[in-house]
Design a protein around this ligand. Structure first.
Ligand SMILES: Nc1ncnc2c1ncn2[C@@H]1O[C@H](COP(=O)(O)OP(=O)(O)OP(=O)(O)O)[C@@H](O)[C@H]1O
Ligand SMILES: [Zn+2]
Length: 472
């Protein structure tokens, strides 16, 4: 049983899909006016892992992530860069796609773009006007918030309190300060589409409702995004969608916490961001994934390079453990029925952490515990150059589990890039060293071993020959 924290009810609930064994999920994607930063990476990775976990648990997941490819920020950027707005969108969609690939994010089932769904959006706005939930005003169309009595149910805000803080911005032609734009009249030189209300473009909120319902139907299981989207974006999505269909729009609302820098949200507007591309120049995508998944998805994460370096060291421990398979397999064995820890127990703990609102922090903790426990036996066996049958079986099983669970969480587990002939040179040195040992030139043999060690290459002498591994 999977339990999820639902922002709507503010409780952890048992997940029950609308249709047996299918999960329909929609996640708000990026507004494409700049390269994505680590905050965006978190949202992408968190929902990628959630999707992977549902699939592991036997569900078919229909996953929709949109591109907001027409927006004020894109128009502003097009003026700054001196290229058309659609070129800005195209450029940053390509950049985002590259990032998602580099981060090993599974391809969504659908990746709708707003500009390819104008018809559906207009249809929905027409319906809302016909039902009396929206009104036209000088080429703009607004949603009338007071008509939707449940407004505020997601963000737990009261309309009266909202009204007190709201005001009508210059240029807005709405009747009530809380009303929000479904359609905006295009100004000279701005992108625009024909509509019953003249040339204009969609407001931000309506696009997600229209695209989500097109691909997932009137009610979906999960809708996700960052915490900043709860209000007003998701609140408005609920209002317009439920007003339009008369049905419940989303069963479980999931929101990820922020990546923070010095107590502030990492964001483009604050200029305190590191792009995914910047970080991937220095760290592998697995290290970034480990860093982001080591905190529960709803909690904030403080970003710092020290913490990324810690994640890099921890990830090195995991890789080393997996790579020690070869050494273990070559160790001479003996019969002994010693007491060994129970690998199955770790499996249960890992899976129950993931079933409990996708607690990757706890699940990874279980993996590290298992590695620690297995390393005690493994290191001793390597030192003594022998291992009991039962220990060998347990360690190999543990390695298999660590490897498959990490892959399940989206880790690539790629070995560090190795330079062309480096491996061949190491092997040559190992050969020369054994020859030196045969000739009892131990000082020279040790010189090779120590020199390699300084370079991070550790030699292990086994009866079957010498093997090497990397220390990080
Ligand atoms: N610092 C952050 N931490 C976690 N998630 C974030 C962060 N910044 C943005 N997101 C999430 O990334 C997704 C895409 O966001 P969107 O393109 O709307 O970002 P944005 O608001 O333009 O970015 P910014 O907040 O930097 O201005 C959203 O779900 C958003 O909540
Ligand atoms: Zn959205």
């Amino acid at each position: 049983m999977i339990r999820v924290f639902n922002t709507l009810t503010e409780k952890k609930e048992e997940f029950k899909p609308l249709n047996d064994k299918t999960v329909k999920m929609y996640v708000c994607g990026p507004t494409v006016y700049d390269h994505a930063h680590i905050g965006h990476a978190r949202s992408a990775i968190v929902f990628d892992v959630i999707r992977r976990w549902f699939e592991y648990r036997g569900y078919r997941v229909i996953y929709v992530r949109n591109y907001t490819d027409v927006d004020d920020k894109i128009i502003k950027r097009s003026k700054e860069e001196g290229i058309p707005w659609y070129e800005v969108a195209k450029k940053y969609i390509e950049s985002y796609e590259e990032d998602m690939k580099a981060l090993n994010i599974k391809e969504p089932t659908y990746k709708p773009k707003v500009t390819e769904h104008i018809e559906e959006i207009i249809e929905m706005i027409k319906g809302l006007i016909a039902k009396g939930y929206a009104y036209e005003s000088e080429g703009d169309v607004y949603f009338s918030v007071e008509k939707f009595s449940e407004y505020g149910k997601l963000s737990k805000r009261k309309t009266e309190e909202l009204i007190a803080g709201a005001r009508i911005e210059p240029g807005e032609k709405k009747k009530n300060p809380l009303d929000f734009a479904l359609w905006k009249k295009s100004k000279e030189g701005e992108p625009g589409w024909e509509s019953p209300w003249g040339i204009g473009r969609p407001g931000w909120h309506i696009e997600c409702s229209a695209m989500a319902m097109k691909y997932l139907g009137r009610t979906m299981d999960i809708h996700g995004g960052g915490l900043d989207l709860i209000f007003p974006h998701h609140e408005n999505e609920i209002a317009q969608s439920e007003a339009y269909t008369g049905k419940s729009f989303v069963r479980y609302w999931l929101h990820n916490g922020f990546v923070m820098v010095n107590k502030e949200k990492m964001s483009k507007s604050l200029g305190n961001f590191f792009t995914i591309k910047d970080i991937l120049k220095e760290f592998s995508s697995d290290v970034l994934r480990l860093f982001l998944l080591s905190t529960h998805y709803r909690s904030p994460i403080d970003f710092s390079f020290e913490r990324l370096k810690d994640a890099e060291r921890s990830f090195g421990r995991l890789l080393n453990f997996i790579e020690s398979k070869e050494i273990i397999e070559k160790l001479p064995t003996f019969e002994k029925n010693s007491e060994i820890f129970d690998v199955e127990n770790y499996k249960l703990q890992f899976e129950s952490a993931m079933d409990d609102d996708f607690n990757t922090a706890r699940a990874l903790g279980v993996i590290f515990e298992l590695v620690k426990e297995a390393n005690l036996i493994k290191d001793k066996a390597i030192k003594e150059n022998k291992i009991s049958n039962k220990e060998k079986e347990t360690i190999l099983k543990a390695i298999g589990i660590v490897e498959s669970y990490l892959k399940l969480l989206g880790f690539k587990l790629e070995k560090k890039k190795q330079e062309g002939i480096e491996d061949e040179l190491i092997k040559l040195l190992i050969d020369v060293r054994s020859e030196l040992r045969k000739r009892k030139a131990f000082d020279l043999a040790d010189k090779i071993r120590d020199g390699l060690k300084d370079l991070g290459i550790i030699l292990e002498d086994l009866p079957s020959g010498t093997i090497y591994k990397r220390s990080n």
